[in-house]
Design a protein around this ligand. Structure first.
Ligand SMILES: Cc1cc2nc3c(=O)[nH]c(=O)nc-3n(C[C@H](O)[C@H](O)[C@H](O)COP(=O)(O)O)c2cc1C
Length: 340
């Protein structure tokens, strides 16, 4: 039987356990320069000391106007590599593997003067009106993703996660509600995402798996559901995705009927459906803070890996405590063994 503390291997990625820290924006860049700070260093390295098998660094954007806020991380310049490399190296020395989420916020770039999007449709009535990217600009955007991935590899990451969820740019392209284009990127809703996946695959080492986060279900009126997300995820899988990280929502104001579950494990059924339909490894996330529940998700083979977000914001040692609670072997830093 598999459990949360079994090692995990896919291609060249070897994790000591199946506990993941999911990407979580810290909005903590000092100088609006997209460069990681001491805060980021402490934040990520603490979770490595705390026993996470894989740490996925927060949404890191491919251009300045691709940030949710001016205080987000970026990888549009080589100057942003060294601070990330320092974090990656330190996490490695404490036994964690590191991924990074590469993204563009699209119409949800709150500090951009004029955000860009597939079509000029705002997020809601309080949001800025975005400008539709020209076909050439869409192609340039693919190249911006490529360059950011290339820089992530230079920073020493073990895997890359493409952010195709939560209503950000890639999600905006594959959702029929936000993509009303008439060019090739509107006639084929996954073309933009597929081209990014192919560009990313060309930049990462052959044995490095590529992760993609998707919203498997939209919560807006008329939004897509699991049937549609299985179909587009299949196209992304064929383009080169090795692991899906299954989230939901984020695309717009939530319809009254569509409110996401607030109960434990509410996104696990979505992860399991994608896993079974595509026969592909998946990460489950969302209210899985109870180690017994997180362990059951792995034991029941609903998902291959489990991510714990807010639980790890509260407790950097979530993984060490989970191992103690589940009576599983893990490597506790020798300085802390008496604590356990
Ligand atoms: C402070 C905060 C920042 C987040 N930032 C990101 C992000 O950068 N990228 C992303 O895909 N999800 C982001 N999320 C969502 C988390 O990765 C995770 O999917 C969500 O919190 C549900 O998991 P949980 O119930 O374990 O917290 C963020 C969540 C929080 C709480």
């Amino acid at each position: 039987m598999k459990d949360l503390f079994n090692p995990y291997k896919l291609k060249g990625l070897e994790l000591k356990n199946r506990v993941i820290m999911p990407p979580m924006c810290q909005y903590s860049v000092d100088k609006k320069d997209g460069i990681a700070t001491d805060w980021h260093y402490l934040h990520y390295v603490s979770r490595a000391v705390g026993g996470a098998g894989l740490i996925i660094i927060e949404m890191t954007d491919v251009e300045p106007d691709g940030r949710i806020s001016d205080f987000d991380l970026g990888l549009w310049s080589d100057e942003q590599i060294p601070a990330l490399k320092k974090i990656v190296d330190a996490c490695h020395s404490y036994g964690a593997k590191v991924g990074i989420q590469i993204a563009h916020a699209g119409r949800k770039a709150e500090d951009a003067e004029v955000p860009v999007a597939p079509s000029a449709i705002p997020f809601d009535e309080n949001s800025k009106m975005p400008r539709a990217l020209s076909t050439n600009e869409v192609k340039e955007m693919v190249e911006k993703f490529r360059s950011a991935v290339q820089r992530a590899v230079k920073a020493g990451v073990d895997t890359v996660e493409i952010h195709g969820a939560h209503g950000y740019l890639i999600h905006q392209f594959h959702s029929p509600l936000t993509n009303k284009r008439e060019d090739e990127y509107g006639k084929d809703l996954t073309k933009f995402g597929r081209e990014i996946i192919q560009a990313a695959k060309a930049e990462i080492p052959e044995d490095m798996p590529l992760i993609m986060r998707i919203s498997a279900k939209e919560y807006v009126e008329g939004g897509y559901g699991i049937k549609e997300s299985i179909a587009f995820a299949r196209e992304y899988q064929q383009a080169g995705v090795d692991i899906f990280d299954i989230s939901s929502g984020g695309e717009g104001p939530i319809a009254a009927w569509g409110r996401p579950g607030t109960h434990a494990a509410y996104q696990v059924p979505l992860a399991q459906e994608i896993k079974q339909a595509l026969d592909i490894p998946v990460i489950a996330v969302g209210r899985l803070d109870d180690p017994i529940l997180a362990n059951a998700v792995i034991g029941n083979e609903a998902a291959d890996l489990v991510a714990v977000g807010r639980g790890m914001l509260r407790n950097p040692y979530w993984a060490l405590e989970a191992a103690a609670k589940l009576k599983k072997e893990t490597t506790t830093p020798k300085q802390y063994t008496t604590g356990f």
